[in-house]
Design a protein around this ligand. Structure first.
Ligand code: AR6
Length: 182
């Protein structure tokens, strides 16, 4: 089995309480805060975060920008606006893939040793959860494998449905990779 899988965890909870070097924020393109996980992160990090976010002047969907994490345990926050799901034919999947890829690229650039991802776009932005999970795992695993960059990675799910979807999908991917390497 690929050894990087030993440093990847599916967890349930509030991402703001995770003791990792970086947490990812499912932001919007203004980067000025909002509801869901974005609201929780801004509330926990404190008003200094908004100040720094204002200076970034927004971020395109699928791209990512990094800030300090202020009152959080984490050192950095990587902000990425996911796609708003319309009909599945408007480039949503490739935009979601870009979110994960660009977050990982920044994490590697900053030499981040542990990172936590929420299920980007699966709340207010309505991306179907199973499809979003497959994209998240596939993109992140492909990145670590290709780039030979092996941080500890948490996929942090807030709702039961997403948690079960991720648990199942992770087991499937592990089995597939095991079969390939046998
Ligand atoms: N920790 C971890 N996951 C969470 C938390 C939390 N504290 N709170 C919610 N989630 P959403 P989106 C999960 O709506 O779909 C914001 O207003 C939630 O269960 O936060 O990308 C932004 O400003 C869901 O599975 O983000 C944007 O306008 C996942 O996080 C917009 O929402 C993502 O849900 C972005 O929508």
């Amino acid at each position: 089995m690929k050894s990087f899988l030993e440093k990847i965890f599916i967890a349930k909870g509030d991402i703001t309480s995770f003791d990792v070097e970086a947490i990812v924020n499912a932001a919007n393109t203004s980067l000025l805060g909002g509801g869901g996980v974005d609201g929780a992160i801004h509330k926990a990090a404190g008003p200094e975060l908004l100040k720094e976010c204002i200076s970034l002047k927004g971020c395109e969907s699928g791209k990512a920008k990094i800030t300090k994490a202020y009152r959080l345990m984490a050192k950095y926050i990587i902000h990425t606006p996911g796609p708003i799901y319309k009909n599945g034919k408007s480039g949503e999947s490739s935009l979601l893939e870009s979110c994960y890829k660009n977050c990982m690229t920044l994490a590697k650039e900053y030499n981040i040793s542990s990172i936590a991802f929420p299920a980007i776009s699966t709340g207010v932005y309505s991306f179907p959860k199973e499809d979003a999970c497959k994209i998240a795992l596939k993109t992140v695993f492909a990145f670590v494998d290709k780039e030979k960059y092996f941080p500890t990675i948490y996929f942090v799910l807030y709702d039961d449905e997403n948690f079960l979807i991720y648990k199942n999908e992770f087991e499937k991917v592990k089995n597939e990779l095991q079969t390939i390497s046998e």
